[in-house]
Design a protein around this ligand. Structure first.
Ligand SMILES: [Zn+2]
Length: 474
């Protein structure tokens, strides 16, 4: 008969504070039932001792494109004439054209495994690869999305598949050859989205969302239709103002910047998450705040691509929920995203503690910086994905990770400094156990399928390398 489990660490972060001497009591279905001492657990409870470890709610990765892991470190050189987001994008198209459905599964699986090892328990996979390399629909139009879902399930990661709409190259632009695996007609998109939703209505730890790729890829009328369908049913995620060039194109087409346009047409809502939102006017941030819309910041990618600095202080002052994503997979480290968001502002202002609301009288919240950045990485991230979780409160899914308190990056930490050390110093080597819905998928650094995941991924990488001769990829 299935029993309760009591996970008993040295320190436990729950209810906004660090507890010692208490464990996390989890029901047979993987739901948090409360905190309990060893002696007060119900009879028959299984005890999992986590000596020398701290237990924290799992991290949410709200924005990911798994296939981009394929060319990590292969697009860092300077192209002739200068290297920008737009030249990087050409490398991305090459990786997108390369992957077979089987490759996509292996790449997604290894990437999701890397996420688990980084303490991530839920991912929002912003998925825009739909067609075969010649641009034809597969006989099962959701084949590639299903491969990504299967990869997440195979490693035990919770997933929200954010199915992306991509209808055109941009305003007054002909179709781009590199994008032919992305394009669907608006009707096809809606049909395929609904099919995927219906198919996974009861799949454990799998949900589906809507993701119009960007204002350049989805014209306004279609965007409104998708937003209407998603409203109240599923989260809607969208890239916005990652590059100033996007703002200029939007102004040329509609006479308004992207967020202004969305606000004017009722597309912003509490179920909307805007990814990047770097180049916004003050009035646009106000519109985002007024709608209760979330911003997903991806600092490790944004610094890699030279996108610009997200003015997180403008967002925090207005109480805009901010979450994090690994996006291009330049690195997979949500806590690095959290600290980097603050560090970008320190470099900009030559000051410290920019996002420490406890010292800001005119901000929406007075939360200290460690707590607010960790909440962004956990509870707010889950919420942006429309999922329960991200806290270890009663009734929430038991999604968590543990930290080895003997790891050099956090050696000597105590209850008072745990959260701040996790946010500002924790190395991924310290992450030892990961559970989703109460089930341990990483146990003291080991995953059941790890060897197979690694070797199959390396085989895909070798073929990718051999396909594109050295020097061809800059
Ligand atoms: Zn993205």
């Amino acid at each position: 008969m299935p029993s309760h489990t009591l996970y008993l660490p040295e320190m436990l972060y729950a209810d906004g504070r660090v507890h010692t001497g208490l464990g996390l009591l989890v029901s047979p279905t993987g739901v948090v039932e409360g905190l309990a001492a060893k002696e007060s657990a119900p009879p028959g409870t299984e005890l999992t001792l986590l000596s020398g470890k701290a237990l924290l709610p799992g991290l949410a990765n709200a924005h990911s494109h798994t296939f981009q892991r394929l060319f990590r470190g292969r697009a860092e050189g300077r192209a002739a004439g200068g290297d920008t987001f737009w030249t990087w994008r050409e490398q991305m198209y090459r990786a997108a054209a390369f992957v077979s459905p089987e490759d996509l599964y292996e790449v997604a699986r290894a990437t999701f495994f890397e996420m688990i090892c980084a303490g991530i328990t839920a991912v929002g996979e912003f998925h825009y690869l739909h067609r075969d390399p010649e641009g034809r629909a597969y006989s099962e139009p959701n084949l590639l999305g299903e491969q990504v879902i299967a990869a997440a399930r195979s490693v035990g990661l919770r997933i929200r598949l954010l199915r992306s709409a991509y209808f055109r190259a941009g305003f007054e632009r002909p179709p781009h050859l590199g994008q032919q695996r992305f394009y669907e007609s608006p009707d096809e998109y809606l049909r395929n989205l609904e099919d995927l939703v219906a198919k996974h209505r009861a799949t454990e730890n799998v949900t589906v969302g809507a993701a119009p790729h960007s204002i350049r890829a989805v014209p306004l009328d279609e965007l409104r239709k998708i937003a209407e369908i998603a409203r109240g049913r599923m989260p809607l995620h969208m890239h916005i103002s990652e590059q100033v060039g996007e703002n200029a194109a939007c102004e040329a087409e509609y006479g308004a910047t992207p967020v202004r346009l969305l606000a004017d047409h009722g597309i912003l809502s509490a179920g909307t998450t805007l990814v990047h939102a770097i180049h916004l006017t003050a009035a646009e941030y106000k519109a985002v705040a007024a709608a209760g819309t979330t911003i997903c910041s991806c600092p490790t990618t944004e610094r890699n691509l030279g996108d610009g600095i997200f003015p997180a202080d403008s967002a925090a002052r207005l109480g805009i929920p901010v979450v994090f994503g690994t996006d291009s997979q330049a690195q997979i480290d949500i806590l690095e995203d959290a600290r980097q968001m603050e560090y970008h502002l320190r470099l900009r202002d030559q000051q410290r503690g920019i996002l420490d609301a406890s010292a800001r009288e005119d901000w929406a919240s007075r939360e200290p910086i460690g707590g607010s950045l960790f909440r962004s990485a956990t509870a707010s991230g889950y919420s942006a994905l429309g999922l329960d979780g991200g806290t270890l409160a009663v009734g929430q899914p038991a999604d968590f990770f543990t930290v080895d308190l003997n790891d050099l990056s956090v050696l000597g930490t105590d209850a008072e400094s745990l959260l701040s050390q996790a946010v500002f110093a924790l190395a991924k080597s310290a992450i030892r156990d990961v559970a989703v819905q109460g089930r341990l998928i990483l146990e003291d650094g080991r995953h059941t399928h790890e060897d197979e995941i690694r070797s199959r991924y390396v085989a895909v990488q070798r073929r990718y390398q051999n396909t594109f001769a050295p020097g061809e990829i800059q």
